[in-house]
Design a binder for this molecule. Structure first.
Ligand code: SF4
Ligand code: SF4
Length: 213
């Protein structure tokens, strides 16, 4: 569809012919206002209160619509998409956005740098027990970090011919039965392992704030 500008920072997709034809609001959480009946289910079920009401006087289907005002806060639980009685919602993973990209880059540099340093030169302080614990933590972190790749293709029932990340079912078994975001836990464990293996102050200065964040 063609983009017709923005409303409160949210994209409007057309064709448009208001008040009868209002098109779609949102990109990552896209709501088809020409289908939306204003039932309120999506506002009730969203765990991050992403939606707000907007008035659409004169529209034949309903005169209030769900507006995806904070679409970048969406955690892709797909509840609204699955519960909408008229299938007016389509969720798309928007990828890592804004400052998160810098943090993810620093995280990978910390992990790779610390582990390679420790493997090549040995731990900075030469402490053996933390070194061994670090390698164990690194191994334990792997199934958590690669949880999407392990569980989404089967349990998440991704849409046909789409990426495995485009799931249609909630995954709550395996590592997802232990923690809501296993990949984040895996990242924290990897950064901890990098600190223990390298025992270098630089790994700690980068890894500890990112883990807390
Ligand atoms: S659940 Fe669907 S029909 Fe109901 S308000 Fe939300 S988008 Fe509209
Ligand atoms: S997918 Fe989940 S988090 Fe995202 S808007 Fe829908 S209910 Fe909210």
């Amino acid at each position: 569809m063609k983009k017709f500008g923005k409303e409160r920072g949210i994209a409007i997709w057309g064709p448009l012919d208001p008040p009868e034809k209002l098109g779609i609001r949102g990109t990552y959480v896209a709501v088809d206002w020409d289908i939306c009946e204003g039932c309120g289910v999506c506002l009730e079920v969203c765990p991050v209160h992403m939606y707000e009401w907007m008035e659409t006087l004169g529209h034949p289907t309903s005169e209030i619509k769900a507006f995806p005002v904070r679409e970048l806060d969406c955690v892709q639980c797909y509840t609204c998409e699955n519960k909408c009685p008229v299938q007016a919602i389509r969720i798309t993973f928007g990828g890592v956005q804004g400052w998160d990209r810098l943090v993810v880059l620093l995280m990978f540099l910390q992990i790779i740098g610390g582990v390679v340093y420790g493997a090549l030169f040995g731990p900075y302080f030469g402490l053996e027990i933390p070194l061994y614990v670090g390698w164990i933590v690194l191994v334990v972190s792997l199934p958590f970090f690669f949880s999407p790749q392990i569980y989404y293709p089967k349990k998440g029932k991704p849409r046909k011919e789409k990426s495995f990340i485009d799931t249609t079912a909630l995954v709550d078994s395996g590592t997802y039965g232990i923690v809501q975001h296993p990949q984040i836990l895996g990242g924290i464990l990897m950064m901890s392992a990098s600190i223990l293996i390298s025992q270098h102050w630089l790994a700690a200065i980068i890894g500890v704030p990112i883990s807390v964040w």
